[in-house]
Design a binder for this molecule. Structure first.
Ligand SMILES: [Ca+2]
Ligand SMILES: [Ca+2]
Ligand SMILES: [Ca+2]
Ligand SMILES: [Ca+2]
Length: 288
């Protein structure tokens, strides 16, 4: 799991390396061009392979089979990151039937998953780089962007654990198929070369609805939703203490915890603006 959790570090490393190489035009990385190259690779892969129900696996296209690209279970969406439009594909084998009933996760929720990750070479060969067969909790803010934007189309299942390992039935199940820009980008690691489109087989068992990283009473997805002016809403940090708002229990740094900046006591600090300046108390250091 180390690789996925380290994506934030990878992103920072990418910024650092980009900054270092900016004086050398030969080294400049064209993310937009790479996104197009990756999509060509992905379309080729999706044309040349199909999902085999009996084997529960993706196999090279054979007579009488439907290519993934033509399979109605394959969906796609545009994900815009740093002004680049990426096409993310996701294949929904089972959406998931949560019991008790829960909705889809948000991009900020904690999820219980198993998965296998592979990169797709130019010849559309798969190389598996990670397999996690034990149910593992991840939070979708701290994984590659293809996960954050793809897993939100699946739901959990029903916990039927008795004595043995954690076991679920009827969970969400499918594949996330992403360009490198929504994966590990142009940074090579020991296991994955730079600029590799990725495919993850995923099972989603359970999730924490309205995950609240900093336990300040405001769900993490609500702490980033009005940050449209920021290129990366995850980095919004009102008081500038290097702790992003969704991880900071005192967002405005005025010494009063966000959970206590709820003047009208309705459980939502977003609608309390004591001095009427348009900035809610919890983001307004003028109001304690
Ligand atoms: Ca929070
Ligand atoms: Ca902060
Ligand atoms: Ca405060
Ligand atoms: Ca105010």
């Amino acid at each position: 799991m180390i690789k996925i959790k380290n994506i934030v570090l990878v992103a920072l490393a990418a910024i650092f390396i980009y900054a270092c190489s900016s004086s050398d035009p030969v080294e400049e990385f064209d993310a937009e061009a790479q996104a197009l190259i990756d999509n060509d690779s992905l379309v080729k892969y999706l044309k040349n392979n199909y999902y085999d129900l009996t084997l529960d696996s993706i196999k090279p296209l054979a007579a009488g089979k439907t290519a993934l690209l033509d399979d109605p279970k394959l969906k796609s969406k545009t994900v815009t990151e740093s002004d680049i439009n990426y096409t993310l594909y996701y294949y929904v084998l089972d959406e998931g039937t949560p019991d008790p009933v829960k909705g889809f996760p948000t991009k900020m929720d904690s999820v219980l998953v198993t998965y296998q990750g592979a990169f797709i070479s130019k010849t559309t060969q798969l190389t598996i780089f990670e397999t996690q067969n034990n149910a593992t909790w991840l939070t979708l803010d701290a994984v590659v962007r293809g996960w954050s934007n793809g897993l939100i189309h699946f739901k959990g299942g029903k916990n039927i654990t008795s004595n043995g390992p954690i076991t679920y039935e009827n969970g969400g199940k499918g594949y996330l198929i992403m360009p490198s820009g929504l994966g590990y980008g142009n940074i090579a690691s020991a296991d994955i070369p730079a600029n590799m489109p990725l495919i993850f087989k995923i099972n989603l068992f359970d999730l924490v609805e309205n995950t609240d990283h900093d336990q300040d009473g405001l769900a993490s997805y609500l702490e980033i939703e009005n940050a449209s002016i920021e290129s990366n809403p995850l980095l919004v940090d009102t008081d500038g203490d290097f702790l992003a708002n969704y991880q900071d229990n005192d967002d405005d740094g005025d010494g009063k915890l966000t959970k206590d900046e709820d003047a009208n006591k309705d459980g939502d600090p977003r609608n309390d603006d004591t001095d009427g300046d348009g900035v809610p108390d919890y983001l307004d250091p003028d109001t304690k």
